[in-house]
Design a protein around this ligand. Structure first.
Ligand SMILES: C[S@@+](CC[C@H](N)C(=O)[O-])C[C@H]1O[C@@H](n2cnc3c(N)ncnc32)[C@H](O)[C@@H]1O
Length: 353
């Protein structure tokens, strides 16, 4: 078994989306891979003999991480044995829980994950495998160690880092949902910004963001705290903290209490840096509004949440992506963030290059 031609593949996903992920893999690989093992948030596939099913390139939309499966380890001490069997040394180790909660981890949960990660990294170092703690660079081999329930064996796999992969363990950005966030959409926006390489505090200073479907305001609040001047479109009422936001710099919120279809193109500024959408509309309708507005504002960064309520909509994801690709010169990718419920996020990523 080598990293280049694995005999088993694995992918992690939001719990409850395993069947949909399997359908996506079937559409991608046909009969070349057959589902093998499955737990909430984790699926493996056996690769048919003689077939090279490369785990590189864009990930399945519904996958957080995917790569070659190595097997199970009953204890951390068994992890180096598994790595040793493969004859290749990883550059990084990513340790993360199998189930990523939709509301994110609490500070205490992050501490517990960090402790498990430090324990496994130390066992690896003692066995002569030097893993670094910094984010992986393109081409680095990343050992994925997935933590299950109490008493469950550790699952080990690996992937090679490339520009399609989120550099944090499990594809889980380190954002903690505040108890008093205007809405849980705060976490979706934070995870999306991290994914787009815009997770730093001042990442949107002096930038203008337009958010379609902004009420009650978790997403806009996140954009404001990153320094953006935000124009929000929604007939719904906004949280008072969003309306009153001031950072002593340029960040501020302007509310257009109308629907996206009623927004007059001439009322928009010539320059918008980030176009976000979180409207609870069928994707073909949401995309019509997005297309009309993006043709005017030409935002370099797009961060679009699309509702995927059933298999019919899931099957249309490639067509939705094609529509978005026509709107921007930047690279367009789609993913299901850990905080996404029945939805996916489409991003254009000029900033990540
Ligand atoms: C999931 S909520 C948005 C949450 C919001 N992003 C936040 O951060 O709190 C969906 C929103 O889409 C809005 N919406 C639905 N159709 C819309 C349209 N045609 N134009 C603008 N907003 C729309 C709804 O009013 C609703 O507030």
């Amino acid at each position: 078994m080598t990293a280049a031609s694995p005999s088993f593949l694995f992918a992690t996903c939001n719990p409850g989306w395993e069947s949909a992920l399997k359908a996506e893999m079937r559409a991608r690989h046909g009969e070349a891979v057959t589902p093998a093992f499955q737990r909430p948030g984790l699926v493996t596939w056996k690769v048919r003999e003689g077939v090279v099913a490369s785990p590189g390139g864009p990930l399945p939309v519904l996958a957080h991480v995917s790569g070659s499966s190595l097997g199970m380890a009953k204890t951390p001490e068994e992890v180096p044995e598994i790595v040793g069997r493969c004859g290749t040394k990883p550059d990084r180790v990513h340790v993360f829980p199998r189930v990523l909660p939709e509301n994110g981890f609490t500070a205490e949960e992050w501490l517990a994950i960090d402790a498990r990660s430090a324990e496994i990294a130390s066992v690896l170092r003692e066995s002569g495998v030097k893993v670094e703690a910094s984010p992986p660079l393109h081409g680095d081999l990343v050992l994925d160690v997935i933590l299950g329930d109490e008493g469950e064996a550790l699952f080990a796999g690996w992937h090679r880092h490339d520009r399609f992969r989120f550099p944090f363990p499990g594809g889980m950005p380190r954002a903690i949902l505040p108890d008093d966030a205007p809405s849980r959409a705060w976490l979706k926006m934070e995870q999306g910004l991290h994914y787009a390489g815009l997770g730093d505090p001042g990442s949107l200073a002096a930038k203008t963001a337009l958010e379609l479907g902004c009420a009650p305001g978790g997403g806009s609040f996140s954009l404001l705290t990153h320094g953006a001047k935000v124009l929000g479109i929604d007939t719904g009422e906004m949280d008072g903290r969003v309306l009153a936001f001031e950072d002593g710099e340029r960040a501020s919120f302007s509310h257009f209490a109308i629907s996206a279809g009623e927004l007059r193109i001439e009322d928009l500024p010539r320059r918008v840096d980030l176009l976000a959408s979180d409207m609870n509309l069928a994707p073909p309708v949401a995309l019509r509004y997005i297309e009309r507005l993006q043709r005017r504002v030409r935002a370099r960064t797009l961060l679009l949440t699309l509702k995927i309520n059933d298999a019919k909509m899931q099957a249309q994801i490639p067509a939705f992506l094609e529509r978005v690709r026509k709107l921007t010169p930047g690279e367009v990718i789609a993913t299901q963030l850990p905080s996404n419920r029945k939805e996916i996020t489409i991003l254009s990523l000029p900033e990540r290059r």
